[in-house]
Design a protein around this ligand. Structure first.
Ligand code: ASP
Length: 290
């Protein structure tokens, strides 16, 4: 039986000089819960879903409850999840007012023949299949940690994600976001896209965060996976994708776990909210340089 490895992120959007102790503490609690789930033999898919659920419902990050309205004045949610062992994947884009977008994405994966549902179709699917809806959207959403009210029109970003290797050697990745602040109605970034935002196969699981437009054009998570499969070290595989994002004028970050238990997080923004734990590594949580 393989041992386990887990990385969580709360986005690559933190600004130097602001206080992220609340999210660092929250990520530590979630990493500890994930560690217990892994030790109990839970699947990588369950571990990443449950960590992302907790971040979506917390309102502390730019995902789920912490999302800001688009230019038309309402929140649109994006999420994707991938099971590395089976290559099954599910995603939702421009989904309105569900509490757990990542669970709806998993529903698309497990209950339909499709990979992604978007907009009104995604919402209808969530309603029909009984996924939890936001009861009062007008009062539900809140400002995430580190974002000021005057900044909700600026291209601030956050996003949450998780990658895990479980004790049976299976990998999974999940990513969920409210997108970039001030985005146009209908805008879709990298997060719900299987490939740029989220990728998992039998070798590697990756979740990205950052400016989606640049991540999409750099290949994102799949570019990391292909570089790793091609023989690059895990650090170099992530760094080459980030270098491409930077060359295109953006910033981003990524977390990854591999089938042999490696964990890595890199970013070229000011910081990335994150926590990790593994069978042979103590739990660590940090926002800027560790
Ligand atoms: N990648 C997300 C998006 O572009 C934002 C983020 O990661 O902060 O929607």
């Amino acid at each position: 039986m393989t041992e386990f490895a887990i990385y969580l992120h709360g986005g690559a959007g933190p600004r130097a000089g602001r206080d992220y102790s609340e999210t660092e503490q929250h990520l530590s609690v979630l990493a500890e819960a994930a560690r217990k789930q892994a030790l109990a033999g839970r699947s990588a898919l369950d571990i990443v879903e449950s960590a992302v659920n907790a971040m979506e419902a917390s309102g502390l990050y730019v995902a789920g409850r912490g999302s800001a309205p688009n230019s038309a004045g309402y929140v649109e949610l994006d999420a994707s999840i991938m099971n590395g062992a089976s290559r099954e994947a599910g995603a939702v884009a421009c989904l309105r007012d569900v509490v757990y977008p990542i669970t709806v994405a998993r529903g698309v994966m497990e209950q339909t023949d499709h990979v992604m549902l978007a907009g009104t179709g995604a919402r209808a699917f969530a309603e029909q299949r009984g996924f939890e809806l936001v009861p009062e959207p007008g009062s539900y959403y809140r400002l995430p940690v580190g974002v000021e009210a005057s900044e909700t029109e600026a291209p601030t970003h956050g996003t949450v994600g998780a990658v895990a290797l479980d004790r049976h050697g299976r990998l999974a990745a999940a990513t969920s976001t409210g997108g970039t602040f001030g985005k146009l109605e209908g805008r879709v970034g990298d997060t719900p896209l299987i490939g740029p935002g989220t990728w998992a196969d039998d070798q590697i699981a990756v979740s990205c965060t950052g400016v989606g437009e640049h991540i999409i054009r750099s290949g994102g998570a799949l570019a990391v996976a292909l570089a790793y499969r091609g023989g690059a070290s895990l650090e170099d595989a992530i760094q080459s994708m980030l270098d491409e994002v930077a060359r295109l004028g953006g910033d981003a970050g990524a977390i990854a776990a591999t089938a042999d238990g490696q964990l890595c997080a890199r970013w070229n923004s000011e910081g990335m909210k994150r926590a990790c734990v593994a069978h042979d590594q103590p739990l660590r949580s940090a926002t800027f340089v560790s």
